[in-house]
Write a protein that binds this ligand. Structure first.
Ligand code: ZN
Length: 149
């Protein structure tokens, strides 16, 4: 059985990990407000990223959330907080430039102590990483400035 680990965040911007046996289990727990923030006990929880790895590709679309409908519930305020959290992760991530794929593998195998990295990869490398079970997320174009610092 595979376990899915999601980075979740509450409406007070605490970030924590949630472990689920499947995406459906996550959806079910979210819909029943069974997930609460371990820091402030808030049950207003959103999924942030699948893993802390940061990738980059040419796309101006944010990763879509997997919720079934209910998009209206995602307020602009919530989105702004998600983007702010993403920005913080990007700022803290170590820039490894073109070594991203290599570094991501070392982190995945436990050989690297780095926690989050950012850099550039080709579409082929992205596909290879995904096949190896290493999830990466695209940095939206409007956050490119953070990556390039
Ligand atoms: Zn909280």
């Amino acid at each position: 059985m595979s376990i899915k680990v999601f980075n979740l965040h509450c409406n007070n911007e605490h970030i924590f990990e949630g472990w689920f046996s499947s995406h459906n289990e996550y959806e079910e727990q979210i819909s029943k407000n069974l997930i609460t923030c371990p820091i402030c006990s808030s049950s207003t929880i959103s999924k942030l990223l699948s893993t802390p790895y940061i990738g980059k590709k040419r796309s101006n679309t944010l990763e879509k959330t997997q919720s079934n409908g209910d998009l209206n519930r995602t307020s602009l305020e919530q989105q702004a907080k998600t983007i702010e959290s993403l920005r913080q992760i990007i700022n803290k991530a170590e820039n490894v430039g073109n070594s991203f794929a290599e570094e991501a593998r070392l982190i995945h195998s436990g050989e690297s102590q780095k926690t989050s990295i950012k850099g550039t990869i080709s579409l082929d490398e992205k596909k290879e990483l995904e096949e190896e079970g290493i999830n990466i997320i695209p940095i939206p174009n409007f956050l490119d400035d953070d990556l390039l610092q």
